[in-house]
Design a protein around this ligand. Structure first.
Ligand code: ADP
Length: 275
């Protein structure tokens, strides 16, 4: 490998290191299980509802393993070129720019594709050759075959709750990954998380969690998803800033969740029970 390239790769790797320890409250054995998978660079799928801690977990694991982290928020407009790279034309002429997946493969990063199911299938297939024994990434347009750095590992997140015929991972993609289940943590743990992240007392955090539990029971009965840990932290943050708790719950918990008037009233009533 030419010295100039190594220096650039090392610079990039340093730039993507997670420097400060992210605060992560373990929920089960996920840290040990991920570490075991990471030892063999096994591609991993994190399954679970939105806002339950998957991204925070990946940041924490990247820090713990001392690996750079490159995150891509997937969406349906994303093309294969957005992942692998493209030729750009500038004043000096034409030059190739690596996409985030290529960069991660070169520098040995954890590459986190968040909500991968949002991406179109023709985009998702570019990860396939990186997830089997070949661990390569063909850059067809450039005529280069990138061999993944030994530390490269692919991690994807996936919310099975949004599963539909149009939006589901194909078995050919799924069966390339080990999978860890995530969910909203049990009440005591979620209370500790909301108190820590939102800067409120355990007593207030505990009441917010009780409101969330009521909403999660309504999943499938008029609600697509219950209130996430992320939303509880938003509500806690508003309360800490001096917003009246019932208003904070309306703003951060109820209104984002539903446009349906009856459902909104039912959730407001749940809030009134606790605040
Ligand atoms: P996801 O990626 O599943 O959508 P996030 O990781 O963004 O969710 O979680 C939302 C927020 O909830 C995080 O920013 C963090 O503040 C908090 N959180 C959730 N679970 C945990 C946990 N186990 N430890 C620490 N913080 C957590």
């Amino acid at each position: 490998m030419p010295a100039a390239f190594s220096a650039t790769a090392a610079d990039s790797a340093a730039q993507y290191l997670v420097r400060a320890e992210p605060w992560y409250h373990p929920v089960g054995d996920e840290v040990a299980h991920f570490e075991a998978a990471a030892a063999s660079r096994m591609p991993m799928m994190l399954k679970g509802p939105t806002g339950c801690g998957k991204s925070r977990f990946v940041e924490y694991m990247a820090w713990r393993l001392g690996r750079p982290l490159i995150t891509v928020a997937c969406n349906e407009d994303m093309t294969a070129a957005d992942l692998v790279g493209r030729f750009l034309i500038d004043r000096e002429g034409t030059r190739w720019q690596d996409g985030p997946l290529t960069l991660a493969a070169r520098i040995g990063a954890l590459c986190y594709l968040d909500e991968v199911v949002e991406a179109r299938q023709d985009t998702v297939v570019v990860i396939h050759p990186l997830t089997d024994h070949r661990r390569v990434l063909p850059l067809d347009k450039k005529g280069e075959l990138v061999e993944a750095h030994p530390d490269f590992q692919l991690v994807i997140s996936y919310n099975p709750g949004y599963q539909s015929l149009m939006k589901d991972l194909k078995p050919s993609t799924r069966q390339r990954f080990g999978a860890l289940d995530f969910d909203y943590p049990e009440s005591a743990v979620e209370t500790a998380i909301v108190a820590h992240e939102g800067g409120v007392s355990e007593e207030v955090a505990g009441r917010l969690v009780q409101v969330a539990l009521r909403s999660r029971n309504l999943k499938g009965h008029g609600l697509d998803e219950g209130m996430s840990t992320r939303l509880l932290i938003y509500a806690a943050t508003l309360i800490r800033s001096g917003v009246a708790p019932a208003d904070a719950c309306r703003i951060a918990l109820v209104r984002p969740l539903t446009d349906d008037v009856d459902m909104r009233d039912a959730l407001d009533a749940a809030v009134a029970t606790f605040f």
